[in-house]
Ligand binder design. Structure first.
Ligand code: OSB
Ligand code: MG
Length: 364
């Protein structure tokens, strides 16, 4: 397949409600979409980088720049396949989210051309996936409980609470007291240090599924030390940027569970390799989320249907994020989302709506 060009587009979408994490409050998304134009047809990719480099070093303006100046020129006018993209882009260090976006677009074009769905390509073993929801930091415990109540009412099968120092044991206790033994986990987005081990161990009595990324991303050894001081399983998100990082973290004892985010690891193929590695090592994985539109969601849901995705993912319904999604909405039924079955992503953006929320367009 020959890559002729890549169309880039920035779109603006407001979130239905502010999403506060230990690294800040998000009220909207400024999203970079890419469309691969090939001699075999077109494919879509979504870049999950945020507006600011607060979750990881990547940010959307940087992703756009590196795609135009460093990534697309290494792929354009060449015979490529999705399987060869990561190899061709290896000379460029880092920039996993930008790499993931173009690889996703090439994979979508390739699968659409041969009439195969993302689910079939990944070896999905389920037609629908169990969904959890990530609940931001709230101003008061009362407001948090109202939000959790509404999500449970909608059918979500697992609640993840964002935590930070000063907002950890109390919200967890309140949710446990009000909602009983609902599957519950927490995500710190690197907000603690190893010296906080006693505080994190105070979460042990609440029978959480996992604590996600308590310490900074480079502190893999410290996570292994922390794992000996707390009973709750440690899960890594930010630290896992490659299959090698996953392998090392598991061998060190830094995590018993892995959050898989295709954008964070450079694409769906590296994410699949992490799934396979974790399956071999007996480490459960679950699908993370980056507030994706229906395009990224379609691919995430398809991957989450692989066998070792054994915990509910941050694969929530479209209405958890946006008043109007750019594809047909993903709708929760019985706490699950359906895996799309059409060729490639199996969903299409509404081009008229997309044009109405587009803030910039370019070609590389
Ligand atoms: O750490 O999992 C995270 C959103 C943006 C950046 C980082 C994270 C998140 C979430 C939201 O927790 C997950 C979702 O898309 O629902
Ligand atoms: Mg996380």
């Amino acid at each position: 397949m020959k890559l002729r060009s890549v169309e880039l587009r920035r779109i603006h979408l407001d979130l239905v409600s502010p999403f506060e994490t230990s690294f800040g409050v998000q009220t909207r998304r400024d999203i970079l979409l890419v469309k691969a134009i090939t001699d075999a047809g077109e494919g879509w990719g979504e870049c999950v980088a945020g507006e600011e480099p607060l979750y990881s070093p990547e940010y959307v303006d940087g992703a756009q720049h590196v795609l135009i100046h460093h990534l697309v020129p290494r792929l354009r006018d060449r015979e490529i396949a999705a399987e060869s993209v990561a190899t061709l882009l290896r000379p460029v260090h880092g920039h996993q989210m930008a790499k993931a976006a173009i690889e996703m677009a090439v994979l979508d074009a390739e699968l659409r051309a041969r009439g195969e769905s993302f689910g079939q390509f990944f070896g999905a073993t389920r037609a629908e996936v169990d969904c959890g929801v990530s609940v931001g930091i709230h101003a008061t415990i009362g407001e948090l409980l109202a939000t959790v109540d509404a999500y449970l009412e909608q059918g979500y099968r697992r609640i993840k609470l964002k935590i930070k120092p000063g907002w950890d044991v109390e919200p967890v206790r309140a949710v446990r007291e009000k909602f009983g033994d609902v599957p519950l986990q927490v995500d710190a987005n690197t907000a603690y240090s190893l010296a906080d081990a006693p505080l994190l161990a105070a979460l042990d009595p609440f029978d959480l599924l996992l604590i996600e990324q308590p310490l900074p991303e480079e502190q893999v050894l410290a996570h292994a030390k922390l794992a000996k001081l707390v009973k709750t399983p440690i899960c890594l998100d930010e630290s896992i940027t490659t299959v090698q990082a996953a392998s090392d973290a598991i061998e060190l004892g830094a995590c018993r569970i892995v959050n898989v985010k295709p954008g964070r690891v450079g694409g769906y193929l590296e994410a699949r390799a992490i799934h396979d590695l974790c399956a071999r090592r007996g480490v459960p994985v679950w699908m993370g989320g980056m507030l994706e539109t229906g395009l990224g969601r379609a691919a995430n849901v398809a991957m989450a249907a692989m066998p070792n995705f054994s915990l509910p993912g941050d694969t929530s319904a479209s209405d958890r994020y946006y008043h109007r999604d750019i594809t047909e909405p993903f709708v929760l039924h019985d706490g699950r989302l359906d895996v799309p079955t059409g060729p490639g992503l199996g969903v299409e953006p509404d081009m008229e709506y997309l044009d109405s929320i587009t803030t910039w367009k370019g070609v590389a």
